[in-house]
Design a protein around this ligand. Structure first.
Ligand SMILES: *Cc1c(COP(=O)(O)O)cnc(C)c1O
Length: 387
């Protein structure tokens, strides 16, 4: 069965729910125990809920994992995975990691003796050199955010395995439709399901998929003990989102390719970061390990003033944080998604003051281009005016 068909037809193995094609929303916190000697499968919705279970089984099947877990946000999922570590442990992370992950591992987890160390994960030698006796895991984003750097997931997982480390991949930008890290050797996949999996800017959620029963037992314990679970309504929204993932991703990518090439041809744009462009340093690797390049593009303009004028004159994309929705969203990372990162570290990550990031929606790409064009025209006149 093709993956696109699987997305639409995925049937969670448990529960027939009277044959309902859409898994019902079990808006219940607790479940009647009909007999003391034979308790039912579900007893309390933190420990398990039928709607959440349907989502967890579906994402596990799609990522090719042993088991899936749904959390109240991407950060709840990531923090719960970090709870696999103990005081004294260290995790290596891609050096241009998502801002929230950076905040959790540099400001929250050090309180419990768990530390992050940042490394350029696109450089396997650097990864090897950074491993110490305290290292327990490697945490990757590929493509990374917002530079769109590509890390060789198979190679990183191989190094990790040799040294007895867990490989954790944040697969938010790709989704299981375009990239399946567990098939490349990773142990754990995390998602901000808020983004492409939900897809409609209407739900916050996180997912974890694990490769083995051993890790599944531990994550299951953490999910129940820490308690950052996803509610039944939101689980249902994610199940619904998954059904249209293929058509959305195909359109996101088609538009992104067109918009990235157009941006690369414009004199106002200094650099474009999109793995789908042949000149992107990670292009070949992205082709090898993923089925597509996704819908995220970063680009830089000439000055902060130009960024401000451009954003002021754009009318179609929403100026907002977040990504992966049907509508195009433009972000100014230096002042929005990455504002919590100290300036020096931010610039090292490539998040300069002239960098913009667009999450390309599923509109007609021509309309987005036309809007960019009129906003650029304003910059041109402004520049010539000041000269
Ligand atoms: C948004 C995002 C997160 C955090 O997810 P939330 O659902 O906002 O908590 C983690 N990783 C990446 C790559 C993201 O884009």
């Amino acid at each position: 069965m093709s993956f696109g068909t699987k997305l639409v037809q995925a049937k969670p193995s448990s529960g027939r729910h009277h044959g309902a094609l859409s898994t019902p929303i079990y808006q219940a916190s607790t479940f009647h125990q009909f007999s003391l000697s034979e308790p039912g499968k579900f007893d309390y919705s933190r420990s398990g809920n039928p709607t959440r279970e349907a989502l967890e089984q579906t994402i596990a099947e799609l990522e090719g994992g042993y088991a899936g877990f749904a959390f109240s946000s991407g950060m709840a999922a990531i923090s719960s995975v970090f709870c696999l570590l103990s005081a004294g442990d260290e995790v290596l992370l891609s050096d241009d990691i998502y801002g929230g992950t950076y905040r959790a591992i540099t400001k929250l987890f050090p309180r419990f003796g768990i530390r992050g160390k940042f490394v350029d994960t696109t450089n396997t030698e650097a990864v090897r050199a950074a491993i110490t006796s305290a290292t327990r895991a490697i945490f990757l984003e590929s493509p990374s955010n917002p530079q769109m750097n590509i890390t060789d997931i198979e190679e990183a997982s191989r190094i990790a395995k040799q040294r007895g480390l867990l490989t954790i991949v944040d697969n938010t930008f790709m989704t299981p439709y375009l990239q399946r890290p567990l098939e490349l050797g990773a142990d754990i996949v995390v998602h901000s399901a808020t983004k492409y999996i939900g897809g409609h800017s209407d739900v916050v959620g996180g997912l974890v998929v694990v490769a083995s029963q051993e890790i599944s037992d531990e994550i299951g314990f953490i999910q129940n003990a820490f308690g950052a679970i996803l509610g039944p309504q939101d689980s249902w929204l994610l199940l619904r989102g998954l059904k249209t993932l293929k058509v959305r991703m195909d359109q996101h990518e088609k538009n992104a390719r067109q918009i990235a090439s157009w941006l690369a041809s414009r004199s106002e744009v200094e650099a474009v970061y999109y793995p789908g462009l042949p000149e992107h340093p990670g292009h070949e690797l992205a082709l090898k390990q993923a089925k597509g390049f996704g819908g995220m593009i970063s680009f830089t303009l000439g000055s902060v003033e130009q960024v401000e004028q451009f954003l002021h004159n754009l009318t179609l994309p929403a100026l907002a944080v977040s990504l992966g929705a049907v509508e195009s969203i433009i972000t100014y990372p230096a002042r929005m998604s990455h504002a919590s990162i100290p300036e020096e570290q931010r610039k090292q990550m490539g998040v300069t003051d002239t960098l913009l990031r667009i999450s390309v929606g599923i509109e007609d790409a021509e309309d987005v281009i036309r809007d960019f064009e009129q906003a650029f025209r304003w910059i041109d006149s402004k520049v010539s005016h000041t000269i």
